[in-house]
Design a binder for this molecule. Structure first.
Ligand SMILES: [Mg+2]
Length: 206
């Protein structure tokens, strides 16, 4: 008989599309009037693009991203204007944030494991109080590697002090989940908040 799956000792959250929804279309609409290109072209530059990948891998800074964006788009705003528009793309997913609060109240460690960048993190820290409540934060731009690359998962294990089935991980992208399954983490491929909330409490035996 297979041994039962142990109760997880820490819960790992992806950020985008799990705790916060995001839409680069909002940034494109804000930036477009001060460029010589349209919203679609701006999204091509910034939304899930090679340039965003370099930024979220920590290969270029926000100032370097801004300089490249100005060159490509003719943007006439300042770096501060760019940061404000680029960061302001998030909205809360209330039921997931409420579950996180309940997990913390129940005494469970929780961690963020996110492909992100310093503009987004600064904006989220200023705008969303729930974000202060995690045990630790592993960000791709600080690690220098994005999910699904191995080093960012290793960084999370070191920070959490747990590995394998002691970790329960929630992410909306299958390739990120596959990399965690390869490390024997317990995983939930997130589609819908109600289903994920029910599954987390089931895995915790409650
Ligand atoms: Mg995500």
């Amino acid at each position: 008989m297979p041994s039962p799956i142990p109760l997880p000792k820490a819960i790992i959250f992806d950020l985008g599309k799990v705790l916060l929804d995001f839409d680069y279309g909002i940034a494109a609409r804000t930036l477009a009037p001060r460029t010589r290109i349209g919203e679609t072209a701006i999204r091509g530059l910034l939304d899930q693009s090679p340039l965003l990948h370099e930024f979220e891998s920590g290969k270029i800074s926000a100032a370097e991203l801004y300089t490249i964006f100005v060159k490509e788009s003719g943007f006439t705003g300042s770096l501060a204007d760019f940061r404000a528009a680029f960061g302001d793309i998030f909205t809360e997913i209330p039921s997931m944030i409420a579950m996180h609060a309940e997990l913390r109240a129940a005494g469970l460690p929780t961690h963020i494991l996110s492909n992100t960048n310093d503009i987004a993190v600064e904006h989220i820290q200023q705008r969303f109080p729930f974000f202060a409540g995690f045990t630790s934060y592993i960000f791709s731009h600080e690690v220098g590697a994005m999910k699904p690359k191995v080093p960012i998962y290793e960084a999370l294990e070191r920070s959490a002090g747990f590995a394998g089935t002691d970790l329960l991980y929630i992410d909306d992208r299958a390739e990120n989940i596959d990399a965690a399954i390869a490390r024997n983490w317990q995983c939930i491929l997130h589609h819908d908040p109600a289903a994920t909330v029910a599954e987390v409490w089931r895995r915790l035996g409650r």
